[in-house]
Design a protein around this ligand. Structure first.
Ligand code: CAA
Length: 396
């Protein structure tokens, strides 16, 4: 059986961030609520030219080689921050990266679960077509509003990964377990600029679905579960996965070995490093946590199996697994991650608030997005909207 999985993976976050201590003070909240209570230190803030396509192109451009461009058959773009109900964000990436014309490019959506739906589709395609590759992208801007209950759990960023046969990082297993429950914990009707959210309920539902999946997984695949060295979680904020693991510890009746939960806990902190500095990137959050684990956990070894818990409000959850491949550490870069995070500039709270109010809506459909190109950082950016069409440019 051919192995299929993640051959390359990287991320891109905007050029600015807000310091959570400063945000807490501005909102008259004890900073420890943000730092410890929800587990966030910095929050990525996109400026107007850093839309989901620009961030995605910047991530993808780092991993896609000239040879890959001929071998990629699909570009799958997961997002819940789409700016068009019809044309998919994937078509821009197809053009910006110069992928061969006979590829297909499309967008998928199911809240934060969309990224996993894209990855599993890519996995299935490459299983059937092992000579070909799929580019999977997750890109989102998480916005709840100034002074809103969810403000401290905003963020923005994109993940890009190449799914191939004989992957160099993580070979995925075919057995997965998913769960669907039609609920209103977090949702954004098409007329709403920001989501409706029942914050506390959303965290409870997330934990409940995690527990239901673990119980059923333990019945169906007991050996596989006990093999899992670590679990990466979808992290809307970094306390979330910790709350799930704690819920397993506190369970009165459980078939789980307590050493197993302790083992998962021992890897947890390293999986949160990037999320703590970025915030929620919706579809990509689980994969930021995976990159974080791969980068910062010195105790992970090739051949070990890790789990990934995906959650998308509304709600769908899935637990899937993969095996770390020989030499996987050669294909991830802790230094690159730190450089990328540390290149960012801090916005003070008034600049963040001013930036937040900037929007692209314009009935004439003509907007010169970037007034002063001298201020831009290298990379792709949204240059202008003309006749309701988005045009991108690149600073090299
Ligand atoms: N020092 C240390 N800890 C403190 C503290 C202090 N001074 N003050 C408060 N805390 C702790 C609280 O005890 C609490 O801890 P526990 O969760 O362990 O009980 C924590 O800080 C948060 O406090 P509150 O519950 O009072 O916080 P809140 O009412 O402001 O809401 C939130 C937090 C619900 C996450 C809110 O930010 C929110 O609605 N966020 C958006 C929704 C969300 O992210 N939901 C997650 C599940 S849904 C999902 O995963 C999909 C998705 O991506 C959106």
């Amino acid at each position: 059986m051919v192995k299929v999985g993640i051959d390359q993976i990287t991320f891109h976050v905007p050029n600015h961030y807000v310091d959570m201590v400063e945000l807490a003070k501005a909102r008259d909240i004890d900073p420890n609520k943000f730092l410890i209570g929800i587990g966030q230190e910095k929050m990525a803030v996109p400026t107007i030219e850093e839309d989901i396509v620009a961030m995605a192109a910047n991530a993808a451009n780092r991993i896609v080689t000239e040879e890959d461009k001929e071998l990629i058959d699909q570009v799958i773009f997961a997002t819940e921050s789409g700016f068009d109900f019809s044309k998919s964000a994937a078509t821009y990436i197809h053009q910006m990266l110069g992928i061969q014309p006979f590829a297909k490019a499309y967008e998928v959506k199911h809240a934060c679960y969309g990224g996993t739906a894209a990855l599993i589709s890519a996995f299935n395609y490459v299983k059937l077509n092992p000579e070909r590759k799929v580019l999977v992208i997750m890109s989102d801007i998480s916005r709840y509003g100034l002074n809103s209950g969810g403000e401290a759990t905003q963020g923005a960023g994109a993940i890009a990964m190449l799914v191939t046969a004989n992957p160099r990082i993580l070979a995925l297993d075919s057995e997965t377990l998913s769960l669907t429950d039609n609920q209103f914990d977090f949702w954004r009707p098409s007329y709403a600029e920001v989501p409706y959210v029942q914050g506390k309920y959303s965290t409870e539902l997330y934990i409940e679905m995690f527990n239901t999946i673990i119980e059923e997984y333990a019945k169906r695949y007991p050996e596989r579960l006990s093999e899992l060295q670590a679990i990466s979680f979808h992290l809307p904020f970094t306390k979330m996965g910790r709350k799930c693991l704690q819920s397993l510890e506190n369970k009165e009746e459980t078939n789980l070995d307590s050493e197993l939960v302790e083992r998962w806990f021992s890897h947890y902190e390293d999986s949160t490093f990037i999320g703590r500095q970025v915030g929620n990137v919706y579809t990509g959050s689980l994969y930021l946590s995976l990159i974080s684990l791969l980068n910062f956990d010195e105790n992970l070894e090739e051949g070990q199996r890790i789990g990934m818990f995906s959650y998308g409000s509304g709600a769908v959850a899935e637990l899937f697994t993969g095996v770390l491949q020989p030499g996987f550490k050669d294909h991830i870069s802790k230094e690159g991650t730190l450089l990328h995070l540390n290149r960012r500039e801090k916005l003070d709270i008034s600049a963040y608030e001013e930036n937040f109010e900037q929007t692209l809506s314009n009935e004439d459909g003509v907007i010169e997005v970037v007034k002063d190109k001298e201020t831009l950082h290298p990379g792709f950016y949204l240059d202008r909207i003309d006749d309701h069409r988005r045009y991108y440019n690149e600073i090299t």
